[in-house]
Every structure is written in C-alpha cells, then in structure tokens.
Design a protein around this ligand. Structure first.
Ligand code: PHE
Length: 455
C-alpha cells in the first residue's frame, strides 16, 4: 500500500525493513564515526558521552517520533507538512522551510567530509602498495582541488540514487551496506582492545569527569544528538511521508535511535583508543594545554595509524574496507539530506524527480566547492546550522505539535499502526515530553550557550 501521494514522483517504501534501514542509514553516517568521536575527544571524554546519551534518548527519540508522525500524516516535505496541517497560516510553513535550508547547508559541508573518507580508501591502498607519494597525495585533504573533486563525485552519486526513487534507489542501497559496516566496526574493536594504550583511551571515553560539564559541552552534545539522529530539519518528516499507515512509528523510531546511538557508541570504542595508540606512534593528539585536539581531520589521522600498525595484509584489508564503508554510510546520509529539498521541489513546484534532484544537487554543489577551498567554513556551518539550527528546528517542531496540531491528533495518527497505543505508557509520557520536557530543555541549552558566549 502506498503512502498518500500527490504526484507520481513521490513514491513510497517497499517494505518495513527497507524503511527502517533507510532511516537508520540516514542517521548512521559521518555523525557517528567522524562527528561523535571528535566531539567526545574535544569535550574531555565520558562526561560528553553521558550528556549525549541523555539528549539522544530524552530529546531525540520523542522528536523523531514526532517528525515521522507529521510526515506520515501529511505525506509531504517539511514545508508542505506544516502547510497541510495549518493551511491558513503563513508563519508555520516557515519552520519547514528553515529545515530545508539547514539541510541544504549541512549537505554542502557533508559532501566535503564524505569526500575525505573516500580519499582515504586510496591513501590506504597506496600506502600498503608502498607508493608513498600517491598515498600522501590522497591523504592531503587540506588540498582544495582534491576535496572539491571528491565532493563533486559524492554529489553525483547522491543525485544518481535519488533519481532512482524511493524504493528502487534509496531503499536498495541501504539494505546490505549497513550490516557490513557494523560487522567491520566490531572486528576492529576486538583488535584494538588488546593493543597497548587502549586502556587509557577506554578510560577517557567511559569515565565521566563531571567538572567538565559546561554550557558548551551540553550545547555540543545536544547538537551532536540532533545531527546524528538526522533530526530538526525534517529529514524524518520526509522519510515519514513515504511510510505505510500500518507501520508502528514509536517502535520504528526506537529502533532507529538505538541503532544510531549504538553505532556511535561502538565508534567511540574504536576511535578514542585509536587516538592514544596513534599518540604512541608519534601523531600529535594533544594541544599545549593538554587537551585533545579539536580538529575536523583528527579521525583521518589516527585511524590510518591504527591500520598501519596492524600491517600487511590485514591492515590493508581493514583500512580500505573501513573507509569504503564509511563513504557508503555517508552516502546513505547525503541521500536523506538531498531528499528533503528534492521532495520540497517536487511537492511545492511540481518538478519531476529527475529535474529536482539535478537542479538542487548542482546548486548545493556550488556551495560545497566553496567549502572545499575554505575548509574553516566547516566549523562555522556546524555551529550555525547543526549546533543552533537543528535544535531550534526541533524546538519549533515540538511547539507546533504540542500547541498547534495537538499531541492527541498525533497519537491518532500513530494509532493506525499501533492499535493499543492509548493503553500504553508511551501515550502518557510522549505528550509530556513534546509539550514540556523537550522544548524547555532545548531552549534552556541554547540560552545557556548564548549567555556563555556573549555574557
Ligand atoms: N545523521 C547523519 C549522520 O550522522 C547526518 C544527517 C543530519 C543526515 C541531518 C540527515 C539529516 O551522519
């Protein structure tokens, strides 16, 4: 059964598993393997992990349920979804439009970092083939031309899959790749846990130093949770719009949240110890003040060290496969990022899917190329569109559902695929979170950060 659709170019998911994997594919990406460990490192370890987990489960999960429900109810892109629920309002659809803008801007730097991951497939390959010059060329991700070419490659692949449509393109691509990524992560963790220096890494990762909890740490953890779960910009409103009425939304959201948090948690077990191992091998991971370096490229420095200490041939196999799978994980996320503005163009302007994907793709690529040559923009974009933009979007979505659409109507929509929902504990707690806990928590964190930054 197809989800409600207004144009032939919308499409719908083919199977329950396909949807869940695509949503998990959207969630699992650079956020888990690049963003999360980098943030753990720069925020001092265990305390960040703790706040991140709280944000994911207490704010992320309720908001994810909310987004999917709004999407399935309306069968629209984020802008259209707000309009469908309140057709008389000029203001509310702007919330959706803000989401579309955040998606576009996030995608513009995401393709660059994804390109780096892909570049390292070759850096590792040539390293083990004992071709150091070629290896160094691919490892030099500060090179603007290299970054721009790879970002272009990524955008072309993303547009190609999006053009293939919802079930044929997006669903098929995610199904086999996700499980393989989890497999290789676990094997690598098994290896690293027995290496010298691993213990120190694990201790940093798991031991929370409560004195390091500052407004900035909480702000970073909340932004990271929203980014990693693909929330706050309507990616999951869009994915929800292709969803069958028989699906149990809270259950699907719980699965996607657990999968995403689980993979980030696993990635931490690999990368934080790898940082300490790399330090033993001479890579600089601390600054003069003794804090772990906060660098967008840190993960790309320490992981190759790990593969190089493993040595031939296992290091080669792990190195190449790992970066290849990371690229694929990034691709299943870029697909969902691009799908948001594409669905917007299809729904609102009546464009054909193919045209929408190409036009929007080229537009975003122009910004990507700018980022490739000015890489310090990444940090700026992360702060504005990820750190502030996504939680702000989440806040507005909660506000809208709680006080405009009403949580009771949302529960009615969920009931279609979850018959006993009214008897469940979920139906008592979720509205409370959407009305009070999530919006207040988000607002509090944003204001605290503002005060800390400018106070
Ligand atoms: N969740 C993705 C990741 O962790 C990034 C993303 C953010 C995707 C927002 C879609 C929407 O890499």
């Amino acid at each position: 059964m197809a989800a409600p659709s207004t144009t032939n170019d919308r499409g719908s998911w083919n199977s329950k598993l396909g949807f869940i994997l695509a949503a998990a594919g959207s969630a699992v990406g650079l956020g888990n393997i690049w963003g999360f460990p980098t943030q753990v490192a720069s925020n001092g370890g265990g305390a960040f992990l703790l706040i991140y987990l709280l944000c994911s489960f207490l704010i992320g999960f309720p908001v994810m349920t909310a987004e999917l429900t709004m999407g399935r109810k309306t069968g629209k892109n984020p802008f259209g979804a707000f309009k469908a629920i309140r057709p008389d309002s000029k203001f509310y659809p702007l919330i959706g439009l803000w989401g579309v803008i955040c998606g576009v801007m996030i995608l513009s730097f995401y393709t660059v970092v994804a390109g780096w991951a892909f570049s390292y497939v070759f850096a590792e390959l040539f390293f083990f083939l004992e071709m150091p010059a070629a290896s160094a060329w691919f490892a030099d991700i500060g090179n603007g031309v290299l970054s721009a070419v790879l970002a272009t490659l990524f955008m072309v692949a993303t547009v190609g899959i999006i053009t293939g449509g919802v079930s044929g393109g997006i669903e098929r691509a995610t199904k086999t790749l996700m499980p393989t990524l989890i497999g290789i992560l676990i094997i690598l963790i098994g290896y690293i846990l027995f290496q010298p220096g691993a213990y120190e890494g694990i201790r940093t990762y798991l031991y929370p130093d409560f004195t390091s909890i500052t407004p900035t740490l909480i702000f970073d953890a909340m932004g990271q949770a929203f980014f990693s779960l693909s929330l706050g910009m309507g990616a999951l409103i869009t994915y929800g719009s292709y969803l069958n009425k028989k699906e149990n939304i809270p259950q699907a959201a719980a699965f996607v949240t657990l999968a995403d948090v689980g993979i980030a948690f696993l990635a931490g077990f690999l990368i934080i110890p790898a940082m300490y191992m790399a330090q033993n091998a001479g890579v600089e991971i601390f600054n003069e003040a003794g804090q772990l370096l906060e660098e967008d490229t840190l993960v790309f420095q320490v992981l190759p060290e790990l593969f190089h200490t493993i040595g031939m041939p296992v290091g080669l196999i792990f190195g190449v496969t790992f970066f290849f799978l990371l690229s694929i994980a990034a691709l299943t996320s870029t697909i969902s990022l691009l799908e948001v503005p594409v669905a917007f163009a299809i729904d609102e302007f009546g464009w054909r899917r193919k045209v929408a994907a190409r036009v929007v793709g080229v537009g975003i690529l122009a910004v990507s190329i700018l980022v490739a040559f000015n890489q310090s923009l990444i940090g700026t974009f992360v702060t504005i569109f990820n750190g502030v933009g996504l939680p702000l979007g989440g806040f507005l979505i909660c506000y809208f559902i709680a006080y405009v659409w009403k949580t009771d109507n949302a529960l009615d929509e969920m009931e279609l695929g979850y018959v006993n929902i009214r008897q469940s504990l979920f139906s008592k707690i979720w509205p409370l979170f959407i009305k009070i806990v999530c919006p207040l928590a988000i607002l509090y964190v944003l204001i605290q950060k503002l005060v800390e930054s400018f106070g």
